[in-house]
Design a protein around this ligand. Structure first.
Ligand code: CO
Ligand code: CO
Length: 303
């Protein structure tokens, strides 16, 4: 149903009229200095692509590449972080494979189920939808500050908390409210993934900058230019489809192109379902921000 022709967050294969299988993989080098948290972030990030498709993950395999001289207590902490995050998601890690490599890499192959009529894809946005975001932005600048040893302790704690958070409740809410257009915010940054959805859905996305949530340290690190290389690549690649207000500052632009690790979901919600959605989200303790709306047309407008 979804594969290489219309690349999305995961591949989807129909098994029957009631059931399709969702398959995805993701792994990366450490984004934080503590092995347990690294494992848990990598697992949350891998499972996120299943939630972003409206799916429910149930089975996973570890993929790890670890240096020969890495103390065994560190590698086991990475795997323990991943295993406990998977357990929190109700997912069984049933095996995996490890190879030797100079720089550690860890992640999961994740498999889930989705109802073939309830798939959430990048092409499902409709004019009139409001745009909902479920995590704060700024993980790229903040983890880059960690790498450069410029990050404040409170900011490190905050970014780890957000990156470790599962998109489970957010994905289940989206399915419950009949969402059809959505994705998770990862390497292409907020506007890169928004641009992909605008194009795939044949619509224009309008955002209000003042409504977009950021981590506490993000603005400060952005003003000091502490961006990962990917932020500049994303800007170069996607800025041609984005209209910014006159005099919109460079750090603000860059924050919207900042690559995210284990970011939130961004999806379109029918206007008339919004108040019921908001009540349910509060009940489930699921944070959300209404950041803009879908209109007819193309490209992206930031106000
Ligand atoms: Co994704
Ligand atoms: Co991915």
């Amino acid at each position: 149903m979804i594969g290489l022709e219309s690349p999305d967050d995961a591949a989807v294969w129909r098994l029957s009229d009631e059931q399709a299988i969702v398959v995805t993989t993701d792994f990366f080098t450490p984004v934080v200095d503590t092995p347990y948290e690294y494992g848990s972030i990598a697992a949350a990030n891998s499972l996120s692509d299943v939630y972003a498709m409206g799916g429910r993950p149930f089975l996973a395999l570890n993929i790890a590449a670890l240096p020969d001289n890495l103390p065994p207590e560190i590698s086991s902490e990475i795997l323990r972080g991943g295993a406990e995050k998977a357990r929190e998601a109700g997912v069984v890690i049933a095996g995996g494979h490890t190879v030797k490599d100079k720089e550690p890499k860890y992640g999961l192959v994740a498999i889930g189920f989705v109802h073939p009529q309830k798939i959430i894809s990048k092409s499902g946005l409709k004019a009139g939808d409001v745009l909902v975001l479920t995590k704060r932005l700024g993980t790229g600048v903040t983890t880059t500050a960690i790498k450069q040893e410029k990050a404040e302790e409170a900011h490190i704690k905050e970014v780890i908390e957000w990156m470790s958070r599962l998109n489970k409740a957010a994905g289940e809410l989206a399915v419950e409210f009949g969402v059809r257009g959505g994705t998770d915010i990862t390497g292409f940054g907020f506007l890169g993934h928004a641009a992909e959805m605008a194009e795939a859905s044949g619509v224009a996305l309008h955002f209000e900058f003042s409504k977009i949530p950021f981590l506490s340290g993000a603005r400060g690190y952005a003003e000091r230019g502490i961006f990962p290389g990917g932020a500049f690549d994303n800007k170069g690649h996607f800025e041609k489809v984005v209209n910014f207000p006159v005099n919109f500052s460079e750090p603000s632009q860059m924050l919207l192109f900042d690559p995210q690790t284990s970011g939130g979901l961004l999806f379109g919600m029918a206007q008339e379902k919004l108040s019921a959605f908001e009540a349910r989200a509060k009940e489930l303790n699921q944070p959300y921000w209404i950041v803009g709306e879908v209109r007819e047309g193309k490209g992206i407008e930031v106000r």
